[in-house]
Design a protein around this ligand. Structure first.
Ligand SMILES: [Zn+2]
Ligand SMILES: [Zn+2]
Length: 101
């Protein structure tokens, strides 16, 4: 059974549909879209235009406003990802440095 009973909004391709994208952090709040947990789950409001949750397009085109919680949450996520990248770089640098042995 298809859960997409509605027609696609203009500008949305089939790939934009939930379920056809790789699962990642929410593009609006940086939280786990798949999680129902209040701690980690997406905190975005449902769009009153198209009924989508956590779609950045809705904030550009459908008049949704980011809440302070969303912005803070997203920035935290960005900082976490930055630290993860740094940690990974450091990890590989260790290997680079041992090349000269
Ligand atoms: Zn979200
Ligand atoms: Zn929308």
């Amino acid at each position: 059974m298809s859960k997409f009973g509605w027609s696609l909004p203009p500008g949305c391709s089939f790939n934009d549909l939930p379920g056809n994208q790789p699962v990642g952090p929410c593009g609006c709040c940086g939280r786990d879209v798949e999680s129902d947990s209040a701690l980690y789950g997406c905190i975005c409001d449902e769009c009153s235009e198209c009924g989508e949750v956590g779609n950045p397009q809705c904030y550009e085109h459908h008049g949704l406003r980011y809440s302070l919680r969303q912005i803070v949450s997203r920035d935290n996520r960005r900082e976490l990802m930055r630290l993860e990248v740094l940690a990974e770089q450091r990890y590989w640098e260790r290997f680079d440095n041992s090349d000269g042995l």
